[in-house]
Design a protein around this ligand. Structure first.
Ligand SMILES: NC(=O)C1=CN([C@@H]2O[C@H](COP(=O)(O)OP(=O)(O)OC[C@H]3O[C@@H](n4cnc5c(N)ncnc54)[C@H](OP(=O)(O)O)[C@@H]3O)[C@@H](O)[C@H]2O)C=CC1
Ligand SMILES: CC(=O)N[C@@H](CCC(=O)OP(=O)(O)O)C(=O)O
Length: 336
């Protein structure tokens, strides 16, 4: 059994991971941590998440950075379900203790320190760790994930978008001079569990936000190798992302080439479903670890639609896929 601890355990993605780790036959949930002065320290985990009563009843513990060496004495895996700045500050401490770190935040996703100053508002101080991090888009990086000690789990919108666009980019099917246009709507859980006016029940109204300046636009472009236009929207629902993507195809690309690109990418990948008919919906992926894809072509225009649960394939389930790849377990373990 691989001893696994979870930092940021009481957040929305942390709660999903606590459940996945508990269900995993090869992992032992060895600790659930929150910030040093968290009001939740000392409580039973299931007192916060009642559906896990009798399943995850561990006592929540506070994490003092000075105590990381002691905590890690016999730990194999650390999952950071913490804010970008927190992961940035503590990941190296865990790596120094020879644990394998899976980080759900954006702190190690793009190997360019300037990216963090431009889009995250902080200076990145861990160049070595940033260089060594592998971007954990599970279906696309398994060989690198299998060797890495720091896996940067992609963001939710990038997972939905890249899963839809990478097969086209890999086969050179996207018109070189055109930017795919991604319009995506996310459930409010994407903003995390902490109280904030913008995600309050009476404030949320289906609308775009961060137009032309969301940090996921450069994350998507970097890992696609092609510029995109990305417009996120906040939806009046709890969880799920639906991304509708308009792509101008390169001259002469046929429907058969598009279908072949998707089949080549995903026919052996259990967590990405190419729909035989109809369109992806949030209802079909909510509370599942799947990414659903479907597309339609008209001349050189392609519309591809991608749906995921932001907390699962967009975060916790993808982290679990990465754990499975890293340690040689079947990709679907604990997920289906
Ligand atoms: N929500 C989503 O859909 C997605 C989120 N992500 C990323 O995953 C990470 C977690 O997101 P999410 O679950 O939504 O976040 P939440 O805001 O829901 O939870 C954050 C967790 O971190 C804990 N925490 C805060 N400060 C510290 C600290 N200094 N040390 C240890 N624990 C701390 C909080 O508990 P307390 O405050 O009590 O200490 C809480 O348990 C973020 O980086 C987010 O960007 C990625 C993809 C999708
Ligand atoms: C609805 C909502 O607020 N969503 C979040 C994205 C959540 C996510 O993917 O997290 P990362 O920041 O780790 O990439 C946002 O737009 O900031």
């Amino acid at each position: 059994m691989l001893k696994t601890i979870l930092v940021g355990a009481t957040g929305y993605t942390g709660a999903e991971l606590a459940h996945y780790i508990t269900k995993h036959p090869e992992l032992e949930l060895a600790g659930l941590y929150v910030s040093e002065h968290s009001l939740d320290a000392g409580k039973s985990f299931s007192s916060l998440y009642g559906h896990l009563l009798g399943v995850v009843d561990h006592t929540i513990q506070s994490l003092a950075v000075s105590n990381i060496k002691h905590i890690c004495a016999d730990i194999d895996i650390v999952v950071l379900a913490t804010a970008h700045e927190v992961s940035h500050d503590i990941a190296a401490e865990f790596l120094a203790q020879d644990t394998v770190v899976f980080d759900l935040s954006g702190a190690f996703r793009v190997n360019d320190p300037a990216f963090y100053e431009n889009y995250y508002g902080f200076k990145h101080n861990f160049d070595k760790e940033l260089k060594s991090a592998v971007y954990g888009l599970a279906e696309w990086a398994s060989a690198d994930i299998a060797k890495a000690n720091l896996i940067a789990v992609p963001g939710c919108y990038p997972t939905a978008s890249l899963s839809a666009l990478k097969p086209l980019a890999k086969h050179g099917l996207i018109a070189a001079d055109q930017k795919p246009i991604i319009n995506a709507v996310s459930g409010v859980s994407g903003a995390g569990r902490k109280a904030a006016l913008g995600s309050a029940f009476c404030e949320v109204s289906h609308a775009p936000y961060a137009v032309f300046n969301h940090r996921h636009q450069p994350e998507i472009s970097t890992h696609l190798g092609h510029e995109v236009i990305f417009t996120p929207h906040l939806g009046c629902f709890k969880r799920g992302i639906l991304a509708t993507i308009n792509v101008k195809l390169a001259t002469g690309v046929t429907p058969e080439q598009v279908t072949a690109a998707y089949q080549d990418a995903y026919q052996d990948q259990p967590m990405v479903r190419l729909l035989p008919s109809g369109w992806p919906s949030i209802k079909a992926v909510e509370k599942t670890a799947y990414c659903d894809l479907a597309w339609q072509q008209q001349g050189q225009d392609l519309i591809v639609v991608s749906a995921i649960d932001n907390l699962l394939k967009g975060a916790a389930a993808q982290a679990m896929q990465c754990i499975n790849i890293r340690f040689g377990f079947a990709m679907t373990t604990s997920l289906v």
